[in-house]
Design a protein around this ligand. Sequence first.
Ligand SMILES: [Zn+2]
Length: 89
Amino acid sequence: MKCAKCGQEVPEGAIYCPFCVAGGSAGEKEIIRGGIKGGLIGLALGLIPAALLLYVYGPERGIKAIAFAVPVATFTTGLILGLVKAKRN
Ligand SMILES: [Zn+2]
């Protein structure tokens, strides 16, 4: 039988394709791991100013929105930076 992904001949009844496993998926995993790592670093960095804002100004409506938006933005930025960085390696 042929692998639907790469078109290589695969032994009948194989659970996974040895060509796909040996090829791209290991690199993909590294990239995802890099993205998660970057995102977590970004989240940690974003939580500090968010916590400070809440501590200084109290949980008012506008402050809450900002305190929520900051870690989300830093998480996203870290995620993208981590993905890009892992992709280059
Ligand atoms: Zn394959």
